[in-house]
Design a protein around this ligand. Structure first.
Ligand code: UD1
Length: 433
């Protein structure tokens, strides 16, 4: 199994090009199920989750080709979903990637039937899918759960609903948005999630011929159409990947320019890092917007409190990385996890590296600055792994991050990008994504 070996204590200097957003790419891939015409999606990050979603689509009767760009960081998918008699997303694929549930809405809307494995729990919490199923039932779907699978059918087309989600959910908003695009009548989705990835999906759907109003707001109005067409679409930049590299520089010091990112999607993090004492500048580059972050060695960081919330609040997907930063800040930082119930598993590993912190329920308290010293650590999920890499870049001596298949699910060429800015980080074990 691959591991990352990091020699810490070296500031990061140079440029990193931000890849396409995994969490935008996954629903966009699922949206290809809504048409029998060809959908070409570019700027997909070259990560394991994208390959898994493509396998799910293939299992559902999609002809799919994935082409890697010469730099190896990006993929382009060409997809044509002709359909299958019995569309089924099998457990073996769904268990490795919960976002597979996003095929449910499109399959039901287009074929009137779908069988999708229940995703089950995961390392960061229970993560139920009740919000997805409730809305689809209101649209006329018959849903039965047996033998670990969701069996859904609908007679004729799904029917439009006026629906307020009980809780803000990124995945449920995406699933129902896709279903509504082919439903009969005008659907109104209230309390819809505001994450930028939903805006990207909505723009793809509009390019496919969907009628959607309110993109970027909490109320989406979708007038269903009988057919959608093929199109070409490039997914947005990955705000979580960009945020991870910003946190790496904040913690390990240096001066790095991130190319092709979208600062508007990162306001809560940029604000936090600036208030902590990092210097951040934004400007227009040749290839989209750029962010520059500077923190010179010896320049003190101030501790700040963080509460994770739905967008535009602070993203839960950057909580672990910011915890690693706060180990280097002067004072006490109180970190509240407002989205998932079990998302502090990186805390104990950070403690093994020398961090001074306590967790209690949804709250973590970090006291800094603390000198970190390298050791072997093990990651439990994708973003926890990123936090351990950041801590490894700071720690004196050698840190080994084990179980990096989690990282490979969501970061395109992480160690190559970090090497490019001077990090001493190496993959050992020989495997590739
Ligand atoms: C997406 C992101 C994930 C991110 C999360 C929150 C993708 C592929 N994944 O996950 O990286 O951490 O948003 O920003 O985009 N919930 C229910 N019932 C449901 C659905 C969700 O109770 O039917 C709860 C969840 O347990 C969680 C909260 O709602 O506590 C938010 O989850 P949700 O926004 O749905 O996350 P995902 O779409 O799974």
């Amino acid at each position: 199994m691959d591991r990352l070996v990091i020699q810490g204590g070296h500031p990061l200097r140079g440029r990193i090009r931000v890849s396409g957003a995994k969490n935008a790419a996954l629903p966009c891939l699922a949206a290809a199920l809504l048409t029998d015409e060809t959908v070409v999606l570019s700027n997909l990050p070259a990560v394991a989750d994208i390959r898994t979603m493509v396998k799910v689509l293939q299992a559902l009767g999609t002809e799919a080709a994935l082409e890697a760009h010469p730099d190896g960081f990006e993929l382009t998918a060409t997809l044509a979903c002709k359909g299958s008699e019995d569309p089924k997303a099998p457990y073996d694929l769904v268990k490795t990637m919960r976002a597979s549930i996003l095929v449910l809405g499109p399959l039901l809307a287009r074929f009137g039937r779908a069988t999708v494995s229940l995703p089950g729990g995961c390392a960061i919490g229970a993560r139920p899918v009740n919000l997805h199923l409730e809305a689809l039932e209101r649209m006329g779907a018959q849903i039965e759960i047996s033998h670990g699978y969701i069996h859904a059918t609908v007679k004729g087309r799904l029917k439009a609903i006026d629906h307020a989600f009980e809780k803000v959910s990124v995945g449920a908003t995406e699933n129902i948005l896709m279903a509504a695009a082919l439903a009969e009548g005008t659907t109104v989705l209230r309390n819809a999630a505001l994450e930028p990835e939903i805006g990207d999906l909505a723009r793809l759907l509009v390019e496919m011929g969907a009628q959607i109003e309110g993109i970027g707001t909490g109320t989406l109005t979708i007038t269903g159409v009988a057919r959608l067409r093929g199109c070409e679409h490039a997914v947005i930049a990955d705000r979580i990947e960009a945020g991870t590299y910003l946190c790496a520089v904040a913690a390990a010091c240096g001066d790095v320019v991130l190319d092709r990112c979208e600062p508007e999607h990162l306001r809560s993090l940029l604000d936090l890092l600036e208030r902590s004492g990092c210097v951040i500048t934004e400007r227009e580059g040749q290839d989209g917007r750029q962010l520059r972050i500077q923190r010179e060695p010896g320049q003190k960081l101030r501790s700040k409190d963080v509460t994770t919330l739905p967008f535009p609040g602070f993203p839960t997907d950057l909580q672990a990385q910011v915890m690693a930063v706060m180990t280097q800040a002067c004072g006490i930082s109180v970190i509240n996890e407002g989205i998932f119930e079990n998302r502090f598993q990186h805390a104990m590993e950070l403690e093994r590296l020398g961090a001074n912190l306590r967790t209690d329920g949804h709250t973590a308290i970090v006291a800094g600055p603390e000198e970190l010293t390298g050791c072997t650590v093990m990651a439990t999920d994708l973003r926890a792994s990123a936090a351990l890499v950041i801590a490894g870049l700071v720690a004196r001596g050698e840190t080994i991050v084990d179980r990096i298949y989690h990282l490979d699910r969501g970061y395109s060429g992480l160690e190559r990008k970090l090497q490019g800015v001077g990090a001493r980080i190496e993959r050992v074990g020989g495997g590739k994504v």
